[in-house]
Design a protein around this ligand. Structure first.
Ligand code: CAA
Length: 283
């Protein structure tokens, strides 16, 4: 099947990033959010990033205009009625996601693929609330979406080969590298990344080294672009804790227990960059 028209549901950082790369790759894109303020913010974020690319002479003013012309804001889920794929990027809450998928299942045409950008929720459970489980799939982009090359493509138990192939093909057109992943807690990215971040927090908690020194070890010793504690602040400490809990509960192994210091920071509202305070302080 050929994908031409895309809807992205959720205009936050991930959703707007996904909409941007889809529009830049030539797809007609609806960026949907029921919150009009969030929608406006998402559209402005895309415009700003494209302007920066024009300033850096990565794209021309005409490229920017063409991309913006392919993007339409939408605050009505019914606009999915003529889309070939819908990519959901709303909050990481199973009830919310299932409700969005139930609605989309009724609105989107029968051939349409319904994809979720979930970072750790089971795709099979999302498939189960629709009448088209073979057309439901995970499409996990990394933050910041316009920069990061990876898409984890997650097959739910009932996802068809045809759906998988269409999404793999689309990922290529988005200039991303896709990997095929089976539906297991944390998939691959967060199964490997989050225990590393959690362990970095333990080294601080146990007084092995300072926050800055732990980050320096991983940046200069392992060539990571960001140290694990800077990255934790970037991702959001609430998200890190949530994913550790998904791993702990889903895999039942004590090696995934979240560090008490991570819990304490989240309880205090120290959520990283977005709240102004995490392992570091932000203005
Ligand atoms: N949105 C769009 N573009 C961005 C951006 C953002 N939020 N932040 C930075 N960029 C762009 C910059 O514009 C710049 O582009 P140009 O080359 O065109 O100028 C480029 O990225 C490099 O940025 P900077 O020079 O400002 O900074 P940097 O070299 O330190 O790179 C970074 C920034 C790309 C974020 C880099 O630090 C990095 O790769 N960090 C690790 C990110 C990472 O691990 N992401 C995955 C998180 S886990 C996840 O997403 C999954 C999950 O489920 C939790």
């Amino acid at each position: 099947m050929e994908i031409k028209k895309v809807m992205v549901v959720g205009a936050g950082q991930m959703g707007s990033g996904i909409a941007q790369v889809c529009a830049q790759s030539g797809y007609d894109v609806l960026l949907n959010d029921m919150n009009k303020e969030a929608l406006e913010k998402g559209m402005n974020r895309i415009e700003k990033l494209l302007s920066r690319s024009v300033e850096k002479e990565r794209i021309t003013e005409e490229d920017k205009e063409a991309t913006m012309n392919r993007l339409t804001p939408s605050s009505d889920l019914n606009d999915a009625k003529d889309c070939d794929i819908v990519i959901e990027a709303v909050i990481e809450d199973m009830d919310v996601k299932q409700s969005v998928f139930q609605q989309l299942d009724k609105i989107a045409p029968p051939h349409a693929i319904l994809a979720s950008n979930t970072s750790s929720l089971p795709i099979t459970e999302i498939c189960a609330v629709t009448e088209r489980p073979e057309k439901v799939i995970g499409m996990h982009f990394m933050n910041p979406v316009p920069v990061m090359k990876l898409v984890e493509v997650i097959r739910g138990l009932q996802t068809s080969d045809e759906t998988f192939k269409a999404v793999e093909e689309m990922s290529k057109k988005l200039n991303k590298t896709s990997v095929e992943v089976n539906d297991f807690p944390g998939f691959v990215a967060n199964r490997v990344l989050m225990p590393m971040i959690n362990e970095a927090i333990y080294t601080v908690y146990e007084g092995v080294a300072s926050v800055e020194d732990v980050d320096t070890v991983m940046k200069l010793g392992m060539n990571h672009p960001m140290g694990p504690l800077t990255l934790a602040d970037f991702i959001g400490l609430d998200t890190c804790l949530y994913i550790m809990e998904v791993l702990h509960e889903g895999l039942g192994d004590s090696k995934y227990r979240p560090c008490p210091l991570l819990r304490k920071y989240v309880s205090a509202g120290w959520l990283g960059r977005k709240s102004g305070r995490g392992f570091y302080t932000y203005e």
